[in-house]
Design a binder for this molecule. Structure first.
Ligand code: GTP
Ligand code: MG
Length: 796
């Protein structure tokens, strides 16, 4: 399709402001998903997303919409292959042809001779790379015998016939004639195109031999064409199952599909997650689109993530369509939130749309605005020629097809069978399939400049394909497209398989997971107690939780996950500067000259009544205030900076608490600054447990030490001997508790009065325990739940 008829856009917002629900209504209004298959938050396809009611991964989907034909059912037929699996005959090809037809009509206008349009079409078909035959004779058959020839204006890709007219309007005779030709020549689809009427008319005429079958006569489908608008659509049939055909005919006979096709648009939508931990998904989606729908929940107003996602969209040069959502809600403050958003964008409140993803109110208007406001993608750059070039923004993996890259095409056309290369990775491959998202991966003939789709690569090795890489032909001449910056992990944690035998499975699972989560990073490490595992970097605590949960569910692994920490930059006495992201590897205090830690710039939006408590909270978390702004309704936007360590120390939960859930937060990482922190070790039975080591602010070391010792004391099961639990900082024990021994009743079976025998047994038990300790086999067994509980304590 001509890129003039494509709109690529993303939905962005603060978490829970109704993105995925609005996407549902767009899918519905464009008929992309049939009613019976529709379910809430359709694009949240992972079980975990559905269970938690949050979006984790971005999800692209292609919709087809026509401004003058807002009855959604007609579009179900225009969508390439809807979830029902119904194939719209040569739909992809038809879209491209249609694009060319509209362009020629737009460029030439009305009133030329047929031949003029013909010549212009030849040029345009060639430009977009459509193979065609012009005025070629084809055989007409009757009862299998040649009875004459027919010369259609064009045969495109040897599939679709085009018959051109320049008449005031198309009548029954012309339609009937084309249908008869189709019947006699073995082609199935013709487009009857009239450049002579006020609006470009395109009639799709399908001949299907199945139509002659008696089974169909039960449905009111005429065997011969008729000339009115409704009946002419009955020429269309869809291959395959007859009942489906009948359903479509009935729809058509209800006058749903228009004979005179108005311009159809391909709307490529990418739904994005709202939680800050998944903002890398948003930033990648923004590289693939020209516009964004910026939603603000009309019951909540502008929130911190609204500001962050807006800034990201602006920096990508995206056109912003401001929308207030959930206007059906009792608590909606539509005009107030409209003006808040308008002020933020410096537009008039009248330019802010109002929609409800629940009721669908405002969605038709929104579709119109998307087409009007979001610019079409630019076509191939003039220097590109036919050379295709696209940017990878995501990928999927399947065992038999390997990696499918999700890409935005910027130049030329990608086709199945092409020899392609990843520019940065330098790896070549053959395109096994090209396709679009419906939202399932659905094959299409090709992908051209401006489109969003996927290419199946067949590559199965991990680590070759990366998001942000440019895909093009081998020895391509176009320079690589600007990619993405690699996301920087915010927190680190180690993941160990409970069973060491599962280590290879854990490695494989992490590699697999990275294919659907490109922000995950990991490297192998080993720890004395826990054996071998992986040190993983996450974009936040929710990200950590989601990844470990997916490992458990999708790969059936039982895991031990250590306390999440941030990274520190340590300058040792020998002058070397090292990034340390495992507390256990934090150098001894005598070996350190300087420690630096990352800071964060944090935006907080809060109701005014929690301001005093917030100021106290900010103080406790070592934050400096950079600026404040008061909104019309009194809410306050504060920009502060604080050590990332303090932000990760449960700041967000506390903020939610003091504001009864109303405050919101968003942050970005700032460069490192000097830090006053120490390593805190936890010893169990006088042995350091590296997994429990933490780096804490010096001023909080005592408090943390006591908290951890107390906690471990309360959750560690009793052992056969008294067990010391201690905390050590800079070589000194600063907190200690003893867990008394579990007394196993070794004398239980002795009843009666033989006291000396009892004493003897108890003595023996005591000796045994001592021996165990001496031999070092008295190592305490720390169960997984204990590790898990200690991990949780970190975000308290
Ligand atoms: N009343 C009302 N509730 C809505 C509307 N849209 C969404 N909701 C509710 O708001 C909650 C969040 O909706 P989602 O569509 O999942 O929000 P989201 O922005 O996609 O959330 P994330 O992707 O996790 O950021 C759900 O409970 C929805 O039922 C609406 O128009 N009206
Ligand atoms: Mg969502």
């Amino acid at each position: 399709m001509n890129s003039e008829h494509i709109r690529n856009f993303s939905i962005i917002a603060h978490v829970d402001h109704g993105k995925s629900t609005l996407a549902d209504r767009l899918l519905e209004r464009t008929g992309t998903i049939p009613d019976r298959l529709m379910r809430d938050q359709f694009l949240d396809r992972m079980d975990l997303e559905r269970e938690r009611g949050i979006t984790i991964k971005m999800q692209p989907v292609r919709m087809v919409w026509s401004p003058n034909n807002s009855d959604r059912r007609s579009n179900a037929e225009l969508t390439q292959k809807n979830a029902e699996g119904a194939d719209f005959l040569y739909s992809d090809l038809t879209y491209k042809i249609r694009g060319v037809l509209f362009m020629v009509r737009k460029n030439l206008g009305l009133g030329h001779k047929e031949q003029i349009y013909h010549n212009a079409l030849e040029i345009e078909f060639e430009k977009v790379g459509l193979a065609f035959d012009s005025k070629k004779n084809i055989s007409l058959l009757y009862d299998g015998k040649h009875i004459g020839t027919y010369q259609p204006d064009f045969i495109i890709e040897n599939k679709v016939l085009i018959e051109l007219k320049t008449l005031p309007e198309i009548g029954r005779a012309q339609t009937e004639q084309v249908w008869s030709y189709l019947k006699g020549c073995g082609y199935r689809l013709a487009l009857l195109v009239n450049f002579g009427s006020k609006d470009l008319e395109i009639k799709r005429i399908v001949y299907d031999s199945a139509r002659s079958s008696s089974a169909l006569s039960a449905f009111a489908t005429p065997q011969t064409p008729a000339d009115d608008t409704q009946n002419s659509q009955k020429f269309e049939s869809h291959s395959g199952i007859i009942p489906r055909y009948s359903a479509l005919s009935l729809r058509n006979s209800a006058g749903v599909s228009n004979q005179v096709e108005s311009e159809s648009y391909i709307l490529n939508l990418i739904d994005t997650p709202g939680h800050i931990d998944f903002s890398y998904e948003v930033s990648r989606a923004l590289h693939a689109v020209e516009g964004v729908l910026l939603l603000v929940d009309s019951t909540q107003g502008v929130q911190a993530q609204t500001l962050t996602t807006l800034a990201a969209a602006k920096s990508q040069g995206c056109t912003i369509v401001p929308i207030v959502s959930k206007i059906d809600s009792q608590a909606a403050r539509v005009s107030e939130v409209k003006s808040e958003l308008a002020k933020l964008l410096q537009v008039s409140p009248d330019d802010v749309l109002a929609v409800s993803g629940k009721t669908g109110e405002g969605v038709d208007e929104l579709l119109k605005v998307i087409v009007e406001k979001v610019p079409p993608p630019r076509g191939s750059s003039p220097v590109a020629g036919d050379e295709p070039r696209g940017l990878i923004f995501d990928f999927s993996y399947s065992t038999h097809r390997g990696i499918a890259v999700y890409l935005r095409v910027f130049d030329g056309m990608f086709k199945k069978g092409q020899q392609l290369a990843f520019r940065a990775a330098g790896k070549n491959f053959i395109a096994l399939e090209t396709g679009i998202f419906t939202p399932e991966e659905t094959p299409s003939d090709s992908l051209s400049a401006g489109e969003i789709g996927y290419i199946v690569t067949g590559i199965k090795e991990e680590g070759v394909v990366a998001v942000g890489d440019t895909i093009g032909i081998i020895h391509g001449t176009l320079p690589p497209l600007p990619g993405y910056s690699v996301p920087r992990p915010v927190v680190w944690a180690s993941v160990y398989p409970e069973e060491q035998n599962d280590l290879p499975l854990l490695r494989k699972s992490l590699e697999r997971l990275r294919l659907s989560d490109s922000s995950l990073s990991f490297e192998e490490e080993s720890s004395g107690v826990l054996g071998r595992g992986f040190r993983c970097g996450f974009l936040g605590l929710l990200h950590l939780e989601i990844v470990t949960e997916r490992l458990r569910r999708e790969f059936n692994l039982t895991l031990i996950v250590t306390i999440p920490t941030i990274s520190y930059v340590v300058t040792r006495t020998n002058g070397s500067r090292e990034v340390i992201y495992t507390p256990a590897k934090f150098p001894e205090h005598g070996d350190i000259i300087k420690i630096e830690e990352p800071w964060a710039k944090v935006i907080i939006i809060t109701p005014p009544d929690s301001l005093n408590t917030l100021i106290q909270l900010l103080y406790e978390h070592e934050a400096n205030t950079l600026g404040t702004e008061t909104y019309q309704n009194g809410r306050i936007e504060m920009t502060v900076e604080m050590p990332l360590r303090e932000l990760m120390r449960g700041f967000f939960d506390k903020l939610k608490n003091i504001s009864s859930g109303y405050a919101s937060l968003s942050y970005e990482i700032l460069p490192e600054r000097e830090a006053d922190v120490v390593r805190l070790d936890i010893l169990v039975a006088e042995e350091t447990v590296p997994a429990f080591a933490r780096v804490v602010a010096t001023r909080r070391a005592q408090e943390e030490a006591e908290k951890m010792v107390k906690k471990l004391h309360s959750i560690l099961p009793k052992q056969l001997f008294n067990t010391k639990i201690q905390a050590k900082v800079q070589g000194r024990i600063i907190s200690s508790r003893t867990l008394s021994a579990m007394r196993k009743d070794v004398t239980g079976y002795l009843y009666g009065g033989d006291v000396s025998r009892k004493m003897k047994l108890l003595q023996k038990q005591k000796r045994g325990k001592k021996k165990m300790l001496e031999r070092g086999i008295g190592k305490v067994n720390i169960p997984e739940e204990v590790f898990m509980k200690m991990v949780k304590s970190s975000s308290e």
